[in-house]
Design a protein around this ligand. Structure first.
Ligand code: CAA
Length: 264
């Protein structure tokens, strides 16, 4: 495991082909301020650029929180014009979600509230500890979700539950989150990071170009009509058939051995 400690609000470690990024403001329940955003943008760009890294995990430090939201203290000092002119919250999607074509998993270890829930939902999927609590409590602050909650939560769990969560601000526990399809899997609290890293290592063992292609296809289901999505799927499938890893993967199957991936 190699560590890079040049950040103030996050830590980044790599273990073989897996990058572990940890939000590291436990005294503020890992609340997301401008510095966290700046450092996460940098860390995700580094992950995307590093050819040796094939899957990432994002988690929160401390035992209580993944992230308890956007930083309320920072937001309380801003005027509407600041939010509007800076297009506040825009880079979370434009710089992190859109530019990270490689997969990443949110390992939610406690509170994932407001922007914390929204950040977890930006991941390709969520693995939750039994202690995870999800919510969009912005209504209690006189506002509403601003980092995608009204859209991504509704797509994940449907209108009725999403509306109830946003209007009441109530939290949803791990068991309900799994039942509602917000999370892929719930694991015991103490094994969360091991399980997330193990899942990431499994993904990292797959042919890397096919991994990116699968991610792009599934994401297309949220962006377009069924007809358009099916065209995207077929075209990407057809491109993959020209890859060296397709030739290797099918040969390896027929020869009953493990494939050796080139990533192209
Ligand atoms: N922003 C800034 N600081 C926060 C924070 C946040 N979102 N959430 C917690 N903290 C800070 C607290 O102020 C406190 O700091 P001090 O010790 O300096 O007072 C510290 O973290 C510990 O928090 P608590 O003492 O409140 O811990 P608790 O165990 O009693 O309660 C909690 C935990 C229920 C999660 C509670 O902290 C809480 O309700 N937090 C706010 C949750 C919230 O409203 N999130 C939405 C933010 S708005 C948003 O995210 C907008 C958007 O759509 C992007």
């Amino acid at each position: 495991s190699t560590q890079s400690n040049s950040y103030e609000t996050i830590t980044v470690e790599t273990r073989d082909a897996v990058t572990l990024i940890t939000l590291n403001r436990p005294q503020a329940l890992n609340a997301l301020n401008s510095k966290v955003l700046e450092e996460l943008i940098d860390a995700f760009a580094a992950y995307q650029a590093d050819e040796s890294q094939l899957c990432a995990v994002l988690t929160g430090s401390g035992d209580k929180a993944f992230a308890a939201g956007a930083d309320i203290k920072e937001m309380s000092e801003k005027a509407a014009a600041d939010f509007y002119l800076d297009d506040f919250f825009s880079p979370w999607t434009s710089e992190i979600v859109k530019k990270t074509r490689k997969p990443w998993i949110a390992a939610v270890n406690g509170f994932a509230l407001g922007g914390g829930c929204e950040l977890a939902m930006m991941a390709d999927f969520i693995i939750a500890s039994e202690n995870a609590k999800f919510g969009q409590p912005e209504i209690n602050l006189g506002v509403a979700p601003g980092m995608g909650g009204s859209q991504r939560l509704t797509r994940a769990i449907g209108k009725s539950k999403s509306m109830e969560m946003c209007l009441t601000g109530r939290m949803m526990g791990a068991e309900e989150a799994e039942r509602s399809n917000l999370v892929a899997r719930v694991v015991p609290h103490d094994s969360l990071i091991d399980e997330a890293l193990k899942t990431a290592a499994t993904i990292a063992s797959k042919p890397p170009m096919a991994v990116i292609a699968n991610k792009e296809m599934v994401n297309s289901a949220f962006e377009m009509t069924l007809d358009q999505g099916l065209i995207v799927e077929r075209r990407i499938f057809q491109i993959l058939t020209a890859s060296e890893d397709k030739k290797e993967g099918m040969e390896a199957f027929i020869e009953k051995r493990e494939g050796k991936w080139k990533g192209r």
